[in-house]
Design a protein around this ligand. Structure first.
Ligand SMILES: [Zn+2]
Length: 344
């Protein structure tokens, strides 16, 4: 079978929103990674995609106009931290975030219209903490939620699976789809850290009940536990939900070298999970797989792990990733509310 190159999206304009020396969420996260991706031996393996600005109508499908006005108003203030202690807002913030969201939409179009198999938006600022009515945790616009709504509206998709493996819970993405069965939001995250949401009991409301699945996990979990939990739960969800596309909030702050958490994933794990997701996309949704960068605040581990992801996306299908047994991970699933909705 012919293997198509994946679409990899990155752009130096994502550096325009940055305050040096103040925040771990700054352009130094991605600068060296971009240079690496531009080397000829990498550049020949993928199709470089450039972003466009998301339309206001696409942004407003997720965020309130009151909040968007607030972003613009606070960007004019002298103190960039006037809105929030983490989430700085400045002149270029809205444009940069709009470009990041539009980058995801561009990849979504390429996947839906041009039959491109995989896309990876290597963007910043991140998005998954941004709720419909407020930004937080470095996140201004929720790119993956905007993308899911766009796919609903412009392509009529009715079953979109979002997989979020950032070490923090995706409170914003969850809030956007809490009452919807059209977008199934799965998150695995370290328990009891920012933003202190995402308990197992948060399962959705109304017709969205059972379509939010949270796996809060203890600190010190590593490759074995994550492989077991992702493998078992996401495989089950895909098999029973039959997604038309898989969107991934790909955060790299669960890496053992990232000081944001005490989770212990290795660089290799990020390759393994990409292989697993490729297999699911092949089995259930005609290879439609779109990854969106979220967190990852150690530039070295972020770079090596993102490159591992890109390498797997740029390679023909490998072997199926097996699931190693893990009693610590099995304990997370004991009595978990997901059993009411899905058959593991
Ligand atoms: Zn994070």
């Amino acid at each position: 079978m012919k293997f198509d190159k994946p679409g990899i999206l990155f752009d130096n304009r994502f550096f325009d929103h940055a305050i040096s020396g103040h925040s771990v969420e700054n352009s130094d996260r991605l600068r060296h990674l971009y240079m690496h991706l531009e080397k000829p031996e990498w550049a020949c393996r993928y199709k470089r995609i450039l972003p466009r600005e998301a339309e206001m109508s696409d942004i407003l499908a997720v965020h309130s106009s009151f909040y968007i006005d607030q972003i613009r108003e606070y960007a004019l203030k002298d103190d960039p931290y006037a809105y929030d202690n983490d989430t700085y807002l400045m002149d270029q913030t809205f444009y940069t975030a709009r470009l990041a969201a539009g980058g995801c939409l561009e990849l979504a179009d390429q996947i839906m219209k041009s039959g491109m198999d995989y896309g990876f938006a290597i963007i910043r600022p991140p998005g998954h903490h941004a709720e419909p009515g407020r930004g937080m945790g470095f996140c201004v616009l929720n790119h993956i939620a905007i993308t899911a709504q766009y796919l609903r509206k412009h392509y009529g998709l009715q079953r979109i699976l979002i997989v979020d493996f950032d070490v923090h819970h995706c409170n914003g993405t969850q809030a956007a789809f809490y009452d919807s069965k059209n977008v199934l939001v799965f998150s695995i995250h370290q328990d009891r850290i920012f933003p202190f949401t995402g308990s197992a009991n948060e399962v959705g409301i109304d017709e969205g009940k059972g379509y939010t699945i949270n796996l809060p996990v203890p600190s010190q979990f590593g490759d074995t536990e994550y492989r077991y939990l992702l493998g078992r739960v996401v495989n089950t969800l895909a098999e029973q939900y039959l997604p038309q596309i898989i969107l991934v909030s790909a955060g790299y702050d669960a890496h053992k070298d990232d000081s944001m958490s005490n989770t212990l994933l290795t660089t290799e794990w990020f390759g393994l999970v990409t292989e697993m997701l490729k297999t699911l996309a092949a089995d259930y949704c005609d290879n439609r797989l779109l990854l969106v960068l979220e967190g990852g605040y150690n530039p070295e581990s972020l770079e090596s792990s993102v490159l591992r992801t890109v390498d797997v996306l740029c390679s023909p299908a490998g072997v199926r990733v097996g699931i190693a047994p893990s009693s610590r991970a099995e304990a997370v699933l004991d009595g978990h509310p997901l059993h009411h909705f899905w058959t593991l």
